[in-house]
Ligand binder design. Structure first.
Ligand code: EPU
Length: 343
């Protein structure tokens, strides 16, 4: 029987460890800085048959109850060039590196590829789980591989890009392998002569307004930061988890029926189907800026649910359910949360 590793605390309030700022108690909590600590903690949890949940930046999770298990905050750091030639380099980054700081580090060095993903809250290890994306770029475009530990055995495994089965805000770690592996490091392929991606309309418009016709990666990063700051709440000031729901994908038939009634409905191609911005659907149902106690819908972006101070997990979840219900009633579309609901 393993004794309880020193790094494990009991009856721990996790308000500071989730960006929604939900006050909840975890029966056990550990912040791990090294692979060895992680392995010790996993062995203890296996002995005790504890459920486990892994936290990165806590920016994509809603606790709707206390957690009767072990929460593990991944804090394994490190940045290392694995390989390079005249055009590219492979950068390995620890799961506990803050994502935005990693982006800033790359922009600083002049390495292109992730500048469009500036200011996304969360950790590097969490980025592949939902294949983070914004302003025309998704993580899988620069992703090479990751190293993970199998929770049930403590064994190390490398996952190639194909093995991660990336999709829109999706990967194998949200599906078949959910909860089975913990990501310890990620390898990205970055460009030394960056090719800029300016396909996203809001980004193209913002660059044009600033009179920038040949943007550098720093221009892209700065502009993305400005756009995000202008419409997304800063989690250090107002609790939130970014987009609460995924943008739904519907059939062409359903889309054409809706378009007859709502000719202005925004839409994007998604393979053989059509993606509709969830923000627009929620906005049309009149939710933007609504507030119920300390739970509300952000006034600048209808897809973001916010905690103005002391909202509880169930209050936030109740609001999310009401939003889902009204979008279902009005448009016949089911919204799926992008955040993980725990408890
Ligand atoms: N819109 C509204 N009302 C609003 C906001 C937006 O009607 O309150 C409509 C507008 O028509 C707008 C469209 O929705 O053109 C799309 O809005 P936006 O460009 O803000 O993007 P989004 O689809 O709402 C997605 C990601 C964001 C990412 C942005 C920029 C998802 C679920 N969300 O949002 O990601 O930053 O694109 O690329 O895919 C996140 O995942 O946490 C996140 C913030």
């Amino acid at each position: 029987m393993n004794t309880k590793p020193e790094v494990i605390r009991e009856g721990f309030n996790i308000a500071a460890y989730n960006t929604m700022g939900i006050s909840a108690t975890s029966r056990f909590f550990a912040e791990v800085d090294t692979l060895e600590e992680l392995k010790e903690v996993l062995a203890f949890a296996r002995d005790q048959h504890l459920p486990m949940y892994f936290l990165g930046g806590g920016s994509n999770v809603l606790f709707v109850d206390d957690y009767d298990g072990l929460l593990i905050r991944m804090n394994i750091k490190g940045k290392e060039i694995q390989n390079e030639n005249d055009d590219h380099l492979l950068l390995k980054a620890g799961a506990g590196e803050n994502w935005h700081e990693l982006v800033m580090y790359c922009v600083e060095k002049g390495w292109g590829g992730i500048e469009n993903l500036s200011l996304i809250p969360g950790s590097t290890g969490a980025a592949p789980i939902q294949n983070i994306g914004a302003y025309g770029v998704e993580l899988d475009q620069v992703f090479v591989s990751l190293e993970a530990i199998e929770v049930s055995t403590g064994e190390r495994r490398t996952f190639s890009k194909e093995e991660c089965r990336f999709g829109y805000r999706d990967s194998i770690f949200k599906n078949e392998l959910k909860g089975e592996y913990v990501i310890c490091s990620v390898v990205l392929r970055l460009q030394k002569h960056p090719e800029i991606t300016t396909s996203y309309k809001a980004l193209t418009n913002a660059l044009a307004e600033k009179g920038i016709s040949k943007p550098t990666i720093r221009d892209i990063s700065n502009t993305v930061i400005e756009i995000r700051e202008s419409k997304l709440p800063d989690p250090s000031k107002i609790g939130n988890t970014g987009s609460f729901f995924k943008n739904p994908v519907i059939s062409k038939d359903q889309f054409h029926t809706l378009q007859k009634e709502y000719p202005e409905i925004p839409h994007y191609p998604a393979g053989d189907e059509i993606k509709i911005p969830a923000a627009w659907l929620i906005d049309q149902c009149g939710w933007k800026g609504k507030r119920f106690g300390d739970a509300g819908v952000h006034k600048m972006q209808a897809l973001v649910i916010v905690n103005y101070g002391n909202a509880t997990g169930p209050e936030i979840w109740d609001l999310a359910n009401k939003i889902q219900h009204s979008v279902q009633q009005k448009f016949g579309i089911a919204l799926t949360p992008e955040v993980n609901i725990i408890g």
